[in-house]
Each structure stands twice: as structure tokens, then as C-alpha cells.
Design a protein. Sequence first.
Length: 521
Amino acid sequence: MKKCGPFMFVMTAVITLMFGACGGPDSTIDRDVLIFAIHNEPDRLDPPNQTDNTTEDIVRHIFNNLVEFDENLNHIPGLAVSWEVSEDGLTWIFRLREGVTFHDGTPFNADAVKYTLDRMMDLEKPTRRTSLYEPFIDKVKAVDEYTISIYSEKPFGPMLAHMAHAAGAIISPTAYKKFGEDFSRNPVGTGPYKFVSWTAGDRVVLERNDDYWGIKSKIKRIEFISVPETSSRMIMLQNREAHVALNIAPHDVEMLEAHPNVQISNKPANSWYYFGFNNQKPPYNDVRFRRALNYAVDKKKLVDVLLKGYGRVSDSLLAPANWGYAPIFSYPFDPEKARELLKEAGIPEGFKVKLWSPSGRYTAVVEVSEAVAGYLRDVGLDVEYQTYEWGHYIDIISNPLEETEREMFYIAHAPSTGDADWGIRPMYYSEEWPLPGKSGNNRYFYSNPRADALIEQGMVTANQDKRKEIYEELQRILVEDAPVLMLYEINQIIAYSTGLNDLTISPLGLVFGYNAYWSEP
């Protein structure tokens, strides 16, 4: 996130005074309109081809899934009113909602669901999210107009979480056949809002779907305006030129809270932040060295000082907002223990290590990284800290073992299914190493046969209580093995207008306006 310097804070205050307004209900607000000031241009408004939260915010206004998430990431009926799974876990039956139509008038039915899922599994024309479905779904059958069956060769425990993922939103077959690749600029779903227009570099406009099958939204039009500069988003919010501002930094909260036109939502999210280790490079292949680095850093001070308290020290490699999370333990700040373990591992005083971070993107990433480098120097390590622009950074922390120089690198993970499987498997499964010609998210080159076995077991276990037991054991192994330097979770901070009620704020890092309404003046 781009930071505001002291000069910008002064200018913001001056402009706010110039345009000062009273808080609370405002008779000048158009109560039929809700404006989001978003920090980046949307990607693609095609559910399985979008990959960032800003775009997903928009997509989930336009589309519905068979299964939806509630505000606590529980699975609730969406376009499917009920579902059941066979005793062997190989067949899922979804009974569909009747009387629903897509925005273009196409009937919603089992054929539309089959069309959507078949597209997801087409390896000749894979989407960005085909890997969420194709490996686990063998075939899809429209049993009758309002019943769909999904067959797997093996049980797939997180099936409902994957059905609720934004990529699983049901699209209009008529519209996709008409627009093809241009569907991402002409999206058609069954959701509470219909797509109107997308002006590149400016805004996406949606209008209320008055034929929506669910509770009709109170606000008629929603606009998502691209405003990259943090200071500009804050000024727009203070002046009521925008009503919701996303991606607010902790150091901006106090100023915004003091403004009469602004209120703040501060809630836990399902993302967590850490430094990955190259577990195959000596001495990072020694658990004593990895644990020493975890003991060396005062995580609580990072949260209290650099994050202004808007976070929590991690006690697992999964955030509490995710299904399957189990509190294990946080490595306490213990420099003496760190020095002891370094000595046991044969690490001499002044041993050189490399620490990398992006130059932006994450909250206080440079400040945190510099502080961590300082803590590591305090226990006798010679730290070379380097920052990189994000595009280059993601390349150099994702290349194969034979091609990389990475040792320690700052990164975050937010499992978009809200499930322990997707929170752990892509990150720590040995089959997920990046290889020549094959991408993978196990950028730490971590490998543990017992962890692999539990990951595989959790994936094919249908009983959710048994899955929780599996993931608790797995998280304990991971925390004790310390494949990363555990840091913290950062709260999701949203600033929005006074007088605006019932924004839906998801732990997935998403914000929706379809339940929102304005107070009367």
C-alpha cells in the first residue's frame, strides 16, 4: 500500500476543513447510490479468471454460487437449496432453486450448472482457477431440470468450500456463448446487481436486479471507482464523493475516525503474514536454525507499534477466520534461546543471511522487514536486506530450487476457500514445489512425509469432524517444524460514510453493498 507522508496528512486535514461537513445522516446524499473507492483497476469480471479481492468484490454482486459463505464463512444455500453426499463420499447431489433467471432472461437450471462446471474442467481451455475443480471432479450430470450430481473418483472433503469459491459462480450459458472471451467485459449472472458498464481506468457501474430471487437490495446503483492513491481515497470519503474506501492502513485510522463523515470497521481477516524460508538451503534445512529465527523476533512489538495494534501474533500457520484453524503456539520473543539454538546449529557470529521483501503492496512491509533484520542482527547474524518491485519480487520468490537465491522472504496467504485444505496444501505439500516448467506455491521447498500424508488424508476425508482432527495434528507439525518465520494476522480495516448501514464485510477480505442502506436524514 502506498504510504502518506507528513505533508500529505497536513494537506488532507486542510482540504477536509475546506469541505467540512457534519456527520450522520446527510440530506445531500443520493440514497439510491453507493460508491466504492477501490485501490486498483479490476481484473476480469469472469468468475474463474479473476484473481484479486477488488475484482471479487464486484463479481460477487453480479453472480451467485450453488453454495454461499455467510459472514463467518459457514456454508449456506445459494442457488442450491440443499445438498447431500453419498456414504462413500464420491457423489454429491445438489437440489437447485426454482424460478431463477439470469440477467439476460436465460433460465437458471441444471444445464446452466453443468455448463459452468464443464467449462471449469476443460483442460484444453483452462481458466485461472481450473485447478480448484478439475483434479477433484470426475464428471457432472444434470439429473433433471433442478437436480445436479457431481461425481469424484475419490472423496473430496472441502467440496462445499470450493463450490462457494468465487470461481464457482454460475454463469449464463447464453451470454458466454455470445461473448466468448469478451464475457469478462459483459458478465451475466443471477446476482442482486446487473452489470451496466466498465470504463477502463475509471469505474464499473452496476444496477439493482429488480427480479432477484433473494432479498431485493435497497440501493439502486453501485459504482466502483479506481483510485490508486491512498490520500485521494481518504479525501473522497471525507467529502462524501465516495462512501466506502478499501485498503486503509493502520496509521490512517486515527485521523479518519476523528472525521465526522467517516466510520471505521475493524475486523479479523483470514490472511496471515510471515517470512518464508528456503528449507533446502543450509542452514535453513536445520530446524534448530529455523526455530532460532522465530525466537529472535518480537512479534508482539511489531503488531503493537508498526501495525498500531490492528493485528494479532500468529499461533498457527492458518488464521483463526479459516475453517479448521487450531491454536498451537506462538514462538515467544527469547533472544537468549535464539542464540543458544544458533550455537547448537553451528552458526558462527556474523553469519550472513539474505532477507527480501517487496517495496510495497503489504501494510508496513518495509518497516516490518527492517525491524526483523534488526532483531536478527541482535542475535549475531549479518543481515543483507533488499527490497524489490512486486512484479519482479513474485518472480524471484517463485522460481525452482535450482534457479533461486532466496533465503528469507516476506509473503502473505489468504485461502480463498476459507478452508484449511487450501490454506495449507498449496503452501506445504511437497507436490507443490515450483519446478522447471511447473508453477507451485510451496516456495519454501518444505517437505515432510508425515505432513504430506495428513494433507492427503484431509483432502479425501468426507467427515468434517475427522478433518478437523487431521488439520490440528498437521498444524502442530508445521508450527514445530517452523518452515517459515511466523509473524501476525492484520485486521481488515474499512472506512465508510456515516449514515451507511449493513455493509457486508467478509473475513475473506471482501466487502459487499447488496445489504446496505442509508439512514433517513
